[in-house]
Ligand binder design. Structure first.
Ligand SMILES: [Zn+2]
Length: 270
């Protein structure tokens, strides 16, 4: 029971950070899956380790010209390259090992964080706005994660706890929103409540909950809506969906991407 509780504490995207983060909150497990090897992952990022240096994030390679099949919300939620791709336990990324165009995160971050160019630009804007209003910017501690790394993390949890329990903790490869390059796990630069639900109650967490939509982000796994999203409350996990969608969701009072897109709930793998 104690172990179960500890594991549930770090739901959804937590496994991302937990095994390779330096300060795992309450995880007795941090060991199993070998820590940080990220070989196949972030080619773009590894080429330019220094965030601010070489390339200008916003001016990245001509992005993602993807087909735009219609969806109930009028946006392309199917194409891996789409900024509105919807990935959850019922909707895998296709292809599962999709490799997005990435740039290094240009705001405060742990080290090798990388996201899609559009996301970095919006993050920089959001961090500046938060800094101006509450005197604290945004720090990214988890971002893009490749298929190989997700597989390694997930398999580590399965080996340790069995699949049923692993599924409450870690996304299966191909099902993690972090593989899209559109999601980040954040905290304030003050560092309070890193990867902890208490982040929602901090000044930074409250500001993000209130203002993220103004910059094209949503808090992807809101409190109490696990039955729809498949994940417990993760106030630190924000997803870029673009200003139009984020604004529409805000104005219509829609809390989850699933409801906005009209795809139905994704409480589990079905
Ligand atoms: Zn996350």
């Amino acid at each position: 029971m104690v172990v179960l509780a500890a594991v549930l504490l770090v739901s959804g995207c937590a496994p991302v950070a937990t095994p390779d983060a330096s300060s795992p909150p309450a995880s007795p497990t941090a060991s199993s899956a070998s820590p940080t090897p990220t070989p196949t992952a972030t080619p773009t990022a590894s080429a330019t380790p220094e965030p601010a240096a070489t390339t200008e994030p916003a001016a990245a390679p001509a992005p993602t010209a993807a087909p735009q099949p219609p969806s109930t919300a009028g946006v392309d939620i199917d194409s891996a390259a789409s900024l509105q791709v919807l990935v959850n336990k019922r909707r895998p990324l296709v292809p599962a090992d999709y490799q997005p165009v990435l740039v290094p995160v240009s705001i405060a971050q742990d080290g090798d964080e990388a996201v899609r160019p559009e996301v970095d630009a919006a993050l920089a804007q959001m961090s500046a706005a938060m800094q101006a209003e509450i005197g604290e910017g945004i720090h990214v501690f988890s971002s893009y994660r490749g298929y190989a790394r997700q597989t390694q993390l997930y398999n580590g949890y399965v080996a340790q706890y069995g699949q049923a329990q692993a599924d409450t903790t870690s996304a299966r490869p191909g099902h993690s929103e972090h593989q899209t390059g559109l999601s980040v796990d954040v905290m304030g630069t003050g560092g309070a409540c890193r990867l902890d639900v208490c982040f929602g109650g901090t000044a930074a967490g409250r500001w993000i909950a209130e203002h993220a939509w103004e910059h094209g982000f949503i808090v992807r796994y809101p409190d109490g809506l696990q039955g729809i999203t498949g994940y417990r409350f993760e106030p630190w996990h924000v997803r870029f969906v673009g200003p139009e969608v984020a604004t529409a969701m805000h104005e219509q009072g829609i809390a989850t991407f699933e409801e906005y897109a009209g795809t139905g709930s994704a409480p589990d793998y079905g």
